[in-house]
Design a protein around this ligand. Structure first.
Ligand code: DLL
Length: 419
């Protein structure tokens, strides 16, 4: 594997040096030429790439192939302004299907499955990425795209859907829709596995999905900048996600000093693509916080694994000096029976310090206007929050179903500090 990675790394560096002026300049500034990459460890000499670099070179500035050799574009909208754009050659698309086929096989999905894809089809990489992977393994694909929730449930029932592909937050919403339609997800549907991804899925969220749907849950990771889903996938044994190391070279760095950290230490994931033709990327700073685990997995696979993403460094809130990730809030909510996993964190400035309010939906069975009971639930959440995260904040309990649902990625943090 290491020999293959080195060969592919050398080819990638040579390709971007030749074809992408941005990278040639960045390498020259470091006094590097492709032949200076002699070992895998030399990757740490290479320049980083950031989301801003992709924005600055919008739309085609980082492409290593002329458009006539690019057969597909995808992009991610981000929060503001123009999307970032990535291209795929024919070979890249074949590779992408292979990468997804691995993720899908790990999730135990195959020709006997009817798979409903509830990721958006379009510029977002989720829909098409999973679609071609599913066809490659021979699953029967229902390309539903996201939204239209009642129809999703109806088709699940009519088509005998066994695998659901969506964001975890949308899957949580769909189960509510099924219940509202009078359908018992465990008895009336044939669903047995969920391939989730596109946003963090904490262990608490995973347990909730497992319990509510009665299915096996897998968490799968990827990002547009390096090609979309397929970077790593979950074998279902709960020991992290297997990275396709022959396509992606993963490093963990300290996000402040940019120093490379040893296996096992938590930091920012950095990815170098090893086989991309249209959009190769050197050392992409994902902003996602995780750790790498080199030990072979109990499933038998020997590839490097990454732990569940704990959050994004730019999602991380600092509340009175304590780092807080939305995933930690999920751990807290999972402990409190009276509340659902639907929540929103609202951050404001009070004087010079940050103030955090967490809006949490009550479980329908606990919905009451008994003030004392509500106060008790609030106190309970605050107690767990103090123990698990070590922060104090304001808890606002809201009625069931009142927070916004999205068919794609949930928006957990509303940061009003700069407004
Ligand atoms: O979300 C690609 C994807 C689609 C992955 C479908 C898996 C399934 P972007 O829209 O560019 O691409 O968003 C990438 O989403 O940097 C993470 O912060 C987050 N993310 C994606 N998957 C996971 C996951 C797709 N399984 C950004 N766990 C990434 C945690 C995830 N975060």
């Amino acid at each position: 594997m290491e020999a293959l990675q080195l060969q592919r790394l050398q080819e990638t560096v040579a390709r971007v040096y030749r074809q992408v002026p941005f990278y040639r300049k960045a390498l020259e500034e470091k006094g590097l030429r492709p032949e200076d990459i002699k070992t895998l460890a030399d990757v740490s000499k290479l320049p980083f790439t950031t989301k801003q670099d992709l924005r600055d070179n919008y739309p085609y500035g980082l492409f290593a192939l002329p458009l006539k050799d690019v057969v597909r574009l995808h992009g991610s909208s981000g929060t503001t302004g123009k999307p970032i754009v990535v291209g795929y050659s024919r070979q890249d698309l074949d590779d992408w299907s292979e990468l997804l086929a691995r993720v899908i096989t790990q999730a135990t999905v195959g020709p006997e499955d009817v798979t409903q894809i509830a990721f958006g089809y379009g510029l977002f990489t989720g829909g098409f990425g999973l679609h071609y992977g599913m066809e490659k393994v021979g699953s029967t694909v229902v390309p539903m795209s996201s939204g239209n929730s009642e129809k999703q449930i109806m088709l699940m029932q009519d088509f005998g859907t066994t695998a659901l592909v969506s964001t975890p937050s949308y899957a949580l919403h769909l189960v509510e829709v099924a219940q509202k339609m009078g359908i018992d997800p465990k008895k009336d549907l044939s669903l047995r596995v969920g391939l989730f991804g596109g946003e963090p899925c904490s262990q608490g969220m995973e347990a909730a999905l497992q319990e509510l749907w009665g299915i096996r849950v897998t968490d799968n990771y990827g990002l547009t900048e390096v090609g979309g889903p397929g970077v790593s996938g979950d074998c279902g044994l709960g020991e992290g996600q297997h990275i396709s190391e022959d396509f992606y070279l993963a490093e963990i760095i300290d996000p402040d000093t940019c120093e490379v950290l040893p296996y096992g230490e938590e930091g920012e994931l950095v990815i170098t693509t090893l086989r991309k033709e249209a959009c190769p990327v050197l050392r992409y700073r994902t902003r996602d916080i995780t750790r790498l685990m080199p030990e072979p997995c109990s499933c038998g696979r020997t590839t490097l694994r990454m732990k569940k993403i704990r959050g994004r460094s730019d999602d991380m809130l600092i509340i009175k000096g304590v780092n807080v990730f939305p995933s930690q809030i999920e751990v807290v909510l999972a402990e409190v029976a009276a509340v659902a996993m639907h929540y929103q964190m609202v951050v404001t400035k009070e004087g010079y310090s940050d103030a955090l309010e967490i809006k949490v939906e009550l479980e329908p069975a606990y919905f009451t206007d008994d003030w004392r009971q509500l106060k008790e639930i609030e106190k309970n959440i605050l107690r767990v929050l103090k123990r698990v995260v070590g922060i104090e904040c304001k808890i606002t309990l809201v009625s069931p179903q009142s927070l916004e649902r999205t068919a794609g990625k949930a928006k957990r943090v509303l940061d009003l500090r700069n407004n």
